[in-house]
Design a protein around this ligand. Sequence first.
Ligand code: 5GP
Length: 195
Amino acid sequence: MRLLEDKIRQCGAVLPGEILKVDGFLNHRLDVGLITELGKEFYRVFRNDGVTVIVTVEASGIPLAFAAAQFFNVPVVFAKKGAHKNVGNDCYSADVYSYTKGVSYPVLVSKKYLTADDRVLIIDDFLANGAAARGLMQIVKEAGASLAGVGIAIEKGFQPGGRALREEGVKLVSLAIVDSMTDDSITFREDAALR
Ligand code: 5GP
């Protein structure tokens, strides 16, 4: 999606360890207009997939999931990280290895908010190795719900998560795919740019 690519070129910074910093518009300060457009695009792509709930993980996925949910007119459930007392014991859980922090953490969703009748769209800000998406997919499976697809704002295409999910037949749509990045240049995959 050109709008997102332009914003990444303008405001993104490449950090050591192949981290793309986009906290000026996506995950610290929020560009509400841009995020709304990303939500609209997720709706355009997944609107015929019978989505009943959008699932994401706190905190960075929430604004994107919220933006998309307004177009789908469905609720958002965000998985909580770590052992929260206020989620209760009756939870689905999965362990996720954090690429940016280098540690694993549990993600939890209350059994009240995800059922076997649900058709789930997973949304997140980044896809790298796919650990966060797979953790959420495991929770969807545990709930007996079905997966409509996975919507990602920025996929780092030089890391293996996206390719593996596509090979498994998951409907994965990333609005921008970074094929390579250095301190002063970012190359995007063309098919994601055509949106
Ligand atoms: P994965 O689980 O696919 O390896 O990584 C995805 C998760 O790690 C996302 O939820 C995101 O928060 C974080 N992440 C991975 N790579 C980056 C990156 O380059 N920049 C930022 N800001 N977050 C990242």
